[in-house]
Design a protein around this ligand. Sequence first.
Ligand code: SPV
Ligand code: MG
Length: 286
Amino acid sequence: MLRTQSPSFRSLVERGSIVRVAGAHDAIGAVLAQNAGFDAVWASSLEVSAARCLPDASVLTMTEYLESAANMQKALHIPVVADCDTGYGGNLNVAHMVLEYEAAGITAVAMEDKLFPKMNSFAAHDHTLLDTEAFAAKIRTAKSVQSTDDFFVIARTEALISGLGVDEALRRCHAYADAGADAVLIHSKLKSREQIEEFLRGWENRRPVVVVPTTYPDWHVDEVERAGVSTVIYANQGLRATITSLRDAYRTIYETGSSVELEGTIAPVSDIFELQQLAAWQKLEA
Ligand code: SPV
Ligand code: MG
């Protein structure tokens, strides 16, 4: 089959064991994450914008992010979780976003409580948050326009990113849960996961919690699960690996004057054909 239906992200969360998600920006990366065993793919705003050598700063439009997410979903039999930044504007933009993503077969979106236009969480920049009630209204809007019960809205707080502390993160996430968020995402840029663990203790599992352990990478998935996390997102390791790998490969070919040195380490062309499902396509010619 050239295309297969993916289960909804909600069905993964509801099965109870931790959901492991890998970031990607295109279909081939997404399929490689799927083939490695991941449960879902994060259509990362950082990756999608970086893939065009543009900053993760609300520069691309919703349509462009949606096209990337939809291209990934079409190639997968696992769900995409779409990183939808701030929802691309105000409440009406959020409503339009939900309608469009849902129509494209995306079953989960994440929205963050930063001001539009936003800046990537790790960039040295002002990370002022939107007022709690205004963001809760975006969540209510998203939930009120979704057309299937399955559609899943993750409310992400940037309270720790903006230096506001765990109590403010908890207060905000309770407001977002009251507004109907299906899960909350707590992000941090600290090298220690202490604040995340404090958040988890204070949250008492009111709704599923999503974490993104980029700056505290030594957290084994079993420990993450034991700490009460529902979903773990490895948001940008794929892109970072790609950069290292491509940089080394291009340099080696250029500097040595041939590609022979690489031949033993790079994927054979047959791997490309397999990822393209070439054999299945060729059958259509018969
Ligand atoms: C992304 O992958 O785009 C994210 C996570 O939103 S982060 O880059 O850490 O903000
Ligand atoms: Mg992002």
